[in-house]
Design a protein around this ligand. Structure first.
Ligand SMILES: Cc1cc2nc3c(=O)[nH]c(=O)nc-3n(C[C@H](O)[C@H](O)[C@H](O)COP(=O)(O)O)c2cc1C
Length: 306
């Protein structure tokens, strides 16, 4: 669909919104010494040598006078968890900094913590740009600490997820693998490692399952038999006797099985090791990708479970 420019400013904005960007907050100090800051996604790199960046500020911004006079400003590239901060600095209020802990950069410019990167700039040029002023800054100092960035696209905040390179098999197959196959393979691979963790503590997987159940509270032998399924009637009794002989559960009194201190310790230790194993398996993902995976799987489980 193409539009003549006269069609509408809104369509132009929408088309511009298809360009995904990061989000920045740019701060400075006003001539009266007040702290000033605006949210801007017009930030871009300009030159490597000398190091230069640019951004543009609307001429109707109440912060314009401060940036027109400022010798220095600092660009804060926002991290994924700073959406609220972006919203706060996108409103024309006088108390944008209220309650925030800031440090000070060159010329007393306020510095916000927790960002993905910061560029300390000297104002090099100010150019006319229609209803905006284009500010070019020469970067005097910068820092970055690998926080995942906040993204902006189509008027909405989001996060960056890198593209997967398909394996040669997947590329040859030419079709997306079934989700059920992927989940089964992930479960089998992770399950093998988890079983190895359990075995390292001298427990079989079904013994650990039972101990974990008892760690949440005492259970009657009947309940344990039911949970073990039709074949488990004798199995549960034998299992409990075996675990009692090893001091992991108390011998059943009045048909009730209670976990022993040694059993509780074993559950704590194995669970801690399992968490480490899981974290190692998730190393292929960034922390926010891992968080997303949990969120998506939780939603999937809610839909398909029961
Ligand atoms: C994600 C996002 C990006 C924005 N980018 C810009 C920008 O590049 N330039 C600009 O002038 N305003 C931009 N704005 C709007 C300003 O943040 C907003 O108008 C300003 O902070 C209002 O306060 P002020 O009157 O103190 O400038 C953006 C807002 C949002 C939410």
């Amino acid at each position: 669909m193409s539009f003549a420019l006269a069609d509408s400013t809104r369509q132009f904005r929408n088309a511009l919104g298809s360009f995904a960007t990061g989000v920045t907050i740019i701060t400075t100090v006003g001539p009266d010494g007040s702290d000033v800051g605006v949210t801007a996604n017009s930030f871009n790199s300009v030159s490597l040598d000398p190091p230069m960046i640019l951004w543009s500020l609307g001429k109707n911004s109440t912060s314009l006078a401060a940036f027109m006079a400022a010798e220095h400003f600092v660009v804060h590239v926002l991290a994924m968890d700073q959406e609220a901060l972006s919203g706060r600095f996108a409103r024309s209020t006088t108390d944008k900094f209220a309650g925030l802990t800031v440090t000070r950069g060159v010329g007393g410019v306020p510095l916000l913590p927790g960002c993905a990167a910061r560029f300390h700039c000297r104002t090099a040029y100010r150019h006319e740009g229609g209803d905006h002023i284009i500010l070019v800054g020469e970067v005097e100092e910068f820092d970055h600490d690998g926080h995942a960035p906040l993204a902006f696209h189509g008027g909405r905040y989001g996060m960056f997820i890198r593209n997967e390179v398909p394996s040669p098999d997947e590329a040859a197959a030419g079709v997306a693998p079934l989700l059920s196959d992927l989940l089964a393979r992930a479960e089998a691979g992770l399950g093998r490692r988890i079983d190895a963790d359990v075995a390292a503590f001298g427990l079989a997987p079904h013994e650990f399952d039972l101990l974990r159940l008892l760690a949440a509270g005492p259970r009657s032998l009947e309940e344990l038999e039911e949970l073990a399924g039709p074949a488990g009637e004798t199995a549960a009794v034998v299992l409990v006797e075996d675990l009692a002989a090893r001091g992991l559960v108390s011998p059943p009194a009045n048909g009730t099985v209670v976990i022993a201190a040694a059993g509780q310790d074993a559950v704590t230790a194995v669970t801690a090791q399992m968490a480490k194993t899981e974290a190692a398996a998730l190393e292929a993902l960034t922390p926010h990708e891992a968080a997303l995976l949990r969120r998506f799987l939780t939603r999937l489980v809610r839909t398909v479970d029961g």
